[in-house]
Each structure stands twice: as C-alpha cells, then as structure tokens.
Design a protein around this ligand. Structure first.
Ligand SMILES: *[C@@H]1O[C@H](CO)[C@@H](O)[C@H](O)[C@H]1NC(C)=O
Ligand SMILES: *[C@@H]1O[C@H](CO)[C@@H](O)[C@H](O)[C@H]1NC(C)=O
Ligand SMILES: *[C@@H]1O[C@H](CO)[C@@H](O)[C@H](O)[C@H]1NC(C)=O
Ligand SMILES: *[C@@H]1O[C@H](CO)[C@@H](O)[C@H](O)[C@H]1NC(C)=O
Length: 362
C-alpha cells in the first residue's frame, strides 16, 4: 500500500511538473515573440532615426562609398520622420541568399530617409534581418498557397510607422539615392502642383509613384552596395524592362489601400491594375522611370519568375471576378499623367500632354 501511494504521487507530481514546464515555455515564447519581433525592433528603429538626425555620418555602411552627398545630408537635419517606409517579403530559399543579402545591404544604405521592413513568418529570416537592422513584421494575411496579400502589408506598415510615403518592392530590386532625391522633389513640389491648372481634374490628395526597372545579370555584392558602382553597371550592362512591368508602388501616407482588392505579390496583373485604378480614381500617378534607378537583380531564373508558379493567375482571376473586363493596358507606366524628369541635375515633375491613345480612359 505504502509503495503504491508513493508511486501514484510521484506520477502526479511528474505530470504537474511537465504541465508547468510547458506553460512556462509557452509563456516565455510569447514574451519573446512580443519583445523581439515587435516592440524591440520598432523602438530600435525609432531610436535609430532620432540618433541619426544630428549625425549624417551614420548614414550608409561604414567603409562603403554609399554616404549621402552633401545635399541630402543637409536635408536630413530638417526632417522629423523618414521619407519612405520600404517593405518586401520573400520565401527563404538558398539559391536567393546572395540576391537578398545584396538587397539587405543596399536598402540599409538608404537610411535614415528610408526604413526597410521584411514581412515574414519565417523565424530564421526574421532573426537574420533584424540583426542586420531591418524591421520585421509578420505576414498577417496570405492567399494563393501562402503568398502575402499586398494591401495588408501597406495597412500594417502605415499603422506602425509614420513616413511621407510607403511602398512594397520586389525583394530583388536595388536603388540608389535617386530614389530619395526624387521623393524629396515630389514632396517639395506638392504645393506648386496643387495650384497648377493642368492638374485640375486630378486630385493631389493621393499619389502613386511607379516606374520601369533596369535588368542587370549577375550583380555582385560590390556592385550592389555602392551607388556609383550600381549606376555604372546599370549603364553598361543594364536593359530597361518592358513598360507594363512595375516593381514598386510608392503611395502617399493616406492612400486608400483599404479599398484595394486582395491581390497577392509575385503574381502577374496586380501592378497594371493598381495603376489603372489610380488613374480612374483621379489620383495623381507619376512615372518616375527617368529619375529613379531601380535595378533588378536578374539571375538564372530570368525575368518572369512569377509566371512559373502554380497559382500564377490568382490575381487575374480575382480581378476578372470582381470587374469582369480589366483593361490592363491603361496601367502601363507611360500612361501615368505625370512624369519626373531631370535637367542639369535638377529633378522636376511635369504633366504629360501627349498621352498615347491606348491610355485614354473611356
Ligand atoms: C532647413 O531648415 C532651415 C530653417 O528652417 C532652413 O533655413 C534651411 O534652408 C533648411 N535646409 C534645407 C536643406 O532645406
Ligand atoms: C546571406 O545570408 C544567408 C542567411 O540569410 C547566409 O547563410 C549566407 O551565408 C549569406 N551570404 C551569402 C553570400 O549568401
Ligand atoms: C500633397 O498635399 C495634399 C493636400 O495638402 C496632401 O493631402 C497630400 O498628402 C500631399 N502629398 C504628398 C505626396 O506630400
Ligand atoms: C550569369 O551567371 C550564370 C552562372 O550562374 C551564367 O551561366 C550566365 O551566363 C551569366 N549571365 C551573364 C549575362 O553574365
């Protein structure tokens, strides 16, 4: 009897211990997630931005030639918030390590004007990129076998961070300071625009900035982490990609993303639909191809990766269900009512007076 009792008490004791241990483990994990993934990074980023304001030397990567020129350094001092929240998402695959590492270094160099975010539910990606200085947010809504839905990334980024502009960008696109210079010009020109007679029918309240990309094969880390090298290699080996492919969608801070259908990234059709929709809604659409250098890191997979996926028609099917007949041709870059241009180093925004007939909205 005595022995039996001891055994059963021991057993119960062990059950309770393991239950308690599991509870503690779960709790710690939640606390870890909360602190690590969310608050810590956001606080870090905000502190980072505050620290940087007085010290332009922080900008760029130490030892690299990617420091902002004097003009931008002066502008940093007057800013109270970042210019652009720049986000992306990808699935971790080994053959893309180099591409994403180059993107990581390239986007970080644009701080503090630009704040890079990766949306991921993969702990490994979150950890590596958080350590590198990126912000990490979870993918809240996915479709088409786990692909992030575009609008929720915008809505989450807009809710968590204050900046003049927000954009999703494909994770293999690299920029130079021409991105910052162009956006600064657009912000500073807003009032002039507002009063211009040409733009009467177009509201300046919501802005969408898009542009063409330049494809460059086999970019190296050395090229991707220096603005001057990247500019050189784009000029020498780059090829301007087709005008119906858009890789970034820079929108002003109050853009009505809430009304956009649940298209996913990385599948065709949503880019042209977004531009077409913005034009129909009379938002201000600006083609920045001439002043923003956006370099696509083309690898052996080529330039049409999304077309190989099983759910490649997800967006098209969704849009056709919602709107029946979709005129994608209204959403190519050259149909934007405005364009940026550069003349002896000075960027300006001009109204396009001679849009092609295929751009006409009936
Ligand atoms: C920054 O603000 C100061 C004071 O308002 C102004 O004099 C200066 O021109 C501004 N600098 C730039 C680069 O805009
Ligand atoms: C890139 O990042 C991955 C992890 O994200 C790492 O394992 C790899 O060694 C890095 N470097 C290169 C050149 O791929
Ligand atoms: C331009 O000004 C309008 C009206 O004040 C404002 O709603 C909009 O957000 C501004 N756009 C940019 C890009 O700053
Ligand atoms: C890029 O590199 C691959 C090897 O990974 C090679 O087969 C290909 O020819 C290169 N392309 C160019 C245009 O240099």
């Amino acid at each position: 009897m005595q022995t039996d009792k001891t055994v059963s008490t021991g057993c119960r004791y062990r059950e309770w211990t393991s239950l308690l241990l599991t509870a503690i483990l779960c709790f710690s994990f939640i606390v870890y997630l909360y602190l690590y993934v969310d608050t810590t990074n956001i606080t870090k980023a905000i502190t980072f931005f505050k620290n940087i304001q007085g010290d332009p030397q922080f900008v760029g990567i130490s030892g690299q030639s990617t420091l902002y020129p004097w003009k931008e350094r002066e502008l940093i001092k007057n800013r109270t918030k970042p210019l652009l929240t720049l986000f992306t998402s990808w699935l971790d695959t080994e053959d893309k390590y180099l591409v994403h590492n180059i993107t990581s270094v390239n986007w970080l160099a644009l701080r503090p004007f630009v704040v890079p975010i990766v949306f991921t539910n993969e702990a490994a990606v979150g950890k590596v990129y958080a350590r590198a200085g990126w912000l990490v947010l979870p993918v809240r809504v996915a479709a088409a076998d786990g692909v992030p839905v575009l609008k929720y990334m915008y809505l989450d980024a807009m809710k968590q961070f204050e900046s003049d502009f927000y954009t999703y960008v494909n994770s293999d696109i690299l920029f130079t300071n021409t991105l910052v210079d162009t956006l600064i010009e657009i912000v500073q020109n807003n009032q002039t625009f507002h009063n211009s007679a040409q733009s009467n029918s177009i509201s300046q309240h919501h802005t969408l900035i898009i542009g063409r990309r330049t494809n460059v094969f086999n970019i190296t880390m050395e090229e991707g982490s220096s603005w001057s090298e990247l500019t050189k290699v784009a000029k020498k080996k780059g090829e301007l990609f087709r005008s119906d492919a858009e890789d970034y969608f820079i929108t002003s801070s109050s853009y009505p993303w809430i009304d956009i259908p649940e298209v996913v990234i990385g599948r065709r059709a949503y880019d042209n639909w977004l531009v077409m929709n913005a034009r129909k809604q009379k938002h201000q659409v600006i083609d920045a191809s001439e002043t923003i250098l956006a370099v696509h890191q083309t690898t052996k997979d080529g330039n049409y990766e999304g077309m190989k996926k099983k759910t490649k028609e997800h967006n098209h099917n969704l849009l056709v269900t919602l709107y029946k007949n979709v005129q994608y041709s209204l959403g190519v870059t050259e149909c934007a009512e405005y364009q940026t241009t550069i003349n002896t180093g000075k960027i300006s925004i001009i109204f396009r007076t001679n849009l092609a007939t295929y751009c006409r909205i009936q």
